[in-house]
Design a protein around this ligand. Structure first.
Ligand SMILES: *Cc1c(COP(=O)(O)O)cnc(C)c1O
Length: 415
């Protein structure tokens, strides 16, 4: 028996995209054409004929499909199977952990570090690159804090699209080298991610590339949306009480909220939806500030700095969509200190065996902090997002060594 159901990828599926819609103004745009931002300069959201999806797909049929994100084909934008860029986007595990001595509700880590290129950026980029291929794009550019660039490089190489990638100069070495090895052209830039984004904008004319920046094209959200679809299915279509999401550009939070609403409209999820909690670092918390000040948009965060590089995003084009999801879901936005992030990462690794990245650790720190503050109830069930494998990040030194020819002091080993 073949371990992978290749016939699933060999055939085409009915697709249900009806149009695209400006996330702010609500005006419509035709599907099957290349789009960046809306006329108002805001992200475009993909809309489906959800009634037709519900009529064409049932929950039982889903269980027979490969355990990868492409199982949700009817709720995804790619029209032709031949355009799918695929490197094994597996369903990621939910690891139930001890509750880290914080609450009494059940807590799971959704471990996204198992995805291709070691982070959940794979979800967004496999979709964006597949759509770029479908719409005839030959050259792509993107700013990145690291993981998105790595995922873009991998998927672009897999389908023969050229990729140009710009990173802040202090992007972790492992990410920059990974991008290079995966065949993209990568530059370190003396600035932060939004400065890199400006370069991508400036290069559009002379370089004729397509801008794949977070939320500046419509399809990365659709890829990240699969986190919400997957969670719903894994939880038997009854969602947990709270979801803690480390928020940078916010694609995942926006995507999951969109998934839950679509499932609700299809009648697949009937209970209450989770409270969405946007977690940021104290050194870069524009969404927290805007949330607390009751703003619809966030101001640029000056001098952004945190150990959690993936959420060091001083300005997000989808700020209003993040804030809308947080408010509609009755959630909130909160910030944690770098000290608590580092402490939480160590605690998870040493008490539960789960090696999470600093951004993932931020969600654990936030969970503990907000149980203490009372904003999360002790009894609420919670999902913490670990968005990348801890193995891609700097680790503490380990400098004990042993001379096997010398007498060994066994007593000293225990100290
Ligand atoms: C990109 C990234 C984030 C932030 O994700 P968004 O959906 O862009 O907010 C968090 N953690 C890691 C490890 C990332 O790479």
């Amino acid at each position: 028996m073949s371990p992978v159901d290749e016939s699933f990828f060999a055939r085409d599926f009915p697709t249900f995209v009806s149009h695209l819609e400006c996330g702010l103004e609500g005006d419509h745009y035709p599907a099957d054409e290349l789009h960046g931002l809306s006329k108002a300069g805001r992200p475009l959201l993909v809309r489906y004929n959800l009634e037709a999806v519900a009529a064409s797909l049932d929950k039982q049929a889903l269980t027979q499909r490969p355990a990868e994100l492409w199982r949700y084909r009817e709720l995804l934008p790619v029209r032709r199977s031949a355009n799918i860029a695929r490197l094994g986007e597996i369903t990621t595990p939910l690891i139930e952990t001890a509750t880290f001595a914080a609450g009494s509700g059940r807590v799971w880590v959704k471990d996204e570090g198992r995805l291709p290129t070691g982070s959940f950026k794979a979800r967004g980029l496999c979709m964006a690159v597949s759509m770029a291929k479908e719409l005839g794009v030959k050259r792509i550019a993107m700013p990145t804090n690291g993981n998105a660039g790595a995922a873009l490089a991998a998927y672009a190489s897999s389908v023969g699209i050229e990729a140009f990638i710009f990173c802040p100069e202090d992007t972790p070495e492992v990410n920059v080298r990974e991008i290079e090895l995966q065949g993209a052209k990568v530059w370190r830039v003396n600035g932060l991610i939004h400065d890199c984004g400006k370069l991508v904008g400036q290069g559009k004319e002379p370089m004729q590339w397509f801008d794949l920046s977070t939320l500046k094209e419509p399809y990365r959200i659709e890829g990240k949306k699969t986190m919400g679809l997957e969670l719903a299915e894994q939880f038997g279509w009854e969602l947990p009480d709270v979801i803690l999401y480390p928020t940078g550009g916010g694609t995942g939070l926006i995507g999951m909220w969109k998934a839950f609403q679509e499932l609700q409209q299809m009648g697949w999820v009937t209970g209450k939806l989770p409270r969405m909690i946007a977690v940021q670092a104290e050194g870069c918390a524009p969404m927290v500030k805007a949330f607390e000040e009751n703003q619809q948009h966030a101001e640029v965060w000056e001098n952004a700095s945190t150990v959690a590089a993936g959420i060091r995003v001083p300005a997000a084009v989808g700020d209003f969509l993040i804030l809308r999801a947080v408010r509609e879901s009755n959630g909130f936005a909160c910030a944690v200190s770098d000290d608590l992030i580092i402490k939480a990462q160590k605690e998870a690794a040493q008490k539960t065996g789960v090696l999470i990245c600093p951004e993932g650790a931020a969600t654990l720190a936030a969970y503990q902090q907000e149980i203490a503050s009372g904003r999360i109830d002790k009894q609420e069930s919670a999902v913490l997002f670990n968005c990348a494998t801890g193995l891609k990040y700097p680790m503490p030194e380990a400098n004990r060594s042993l001379d096997r020819h010398a007498p060994i002091d066994w007593e000293a080993m225990r100290l």
